[in-house]
Design a protein around this ligand. Structure first.
Ligand code: 2BA
Length: 110
């Protein structure tokens, strides 16, 4: 078994969860915050049999699209050091999804 951890944009999360459930994948949705932009995103945890990992990743790939976000050239988390200075903005490409696949040593429902 593997644990898929997918960090996705909030806009994509509900559609992704519905699609995963339709195909029989179990998942848990967590509210999370990106370290760079300090804005909300969604982390989805999904335990999946080894032979279905690629199928789940394909669903994530299909639904989670890249997006452009405009942020301060100095990320929001360091605003307090800037004082009255208005920082320049930069455009960053976020997502579609950041996906980690880890092996699960043991899985039990008790
Ligand atoms: P954030 O950390 O808020 O990053 C949002 C986007 O900002 C990133 O999109 C990337 O395009 C850009 N970015 C991040 N760090 C940067 C930097 N030092 N300089 C310039 N641009 C930077 P994604 O790469 O698609 O990441 C989306 C979200 O996924 C991240 O939100 C973070 O929550 C998570 N993430 C990405 N890589 C990760 C990792 N290695 N470990 C854990 N979480 C990760």
């Amino acid at each position: 078994m593997k644990m898929i951890t997918a960090i996705v944009q909030n806009d994509d999360a509900n559609k992704l969860i519905s699609s995963l459930r339709e195909k029989g994948f179990s998942c848990t949705k967590l509210s999370s915050t990106g370290g760079f932009l300090s804005s909300g995103n969604t982390t989805i945890l999904s335990g999946v049999d080894d032979d279905r990992v690629e199928e789940e990743i394909e669903i994530i790939r299909k639904i989670c699209k890249t997006k452009k976000k405009v942020t301060a050239a100095i990320p929001p988390s360091s605003f307090s050091t800037v004082g009255g200075y208005l920082p320049q903005t930069i455009e960053v490409t976020v997502g579609g999804a950041v996906v980690f696949v880890n092996s699960v040593d043991r899985f039990e429902k008790i």
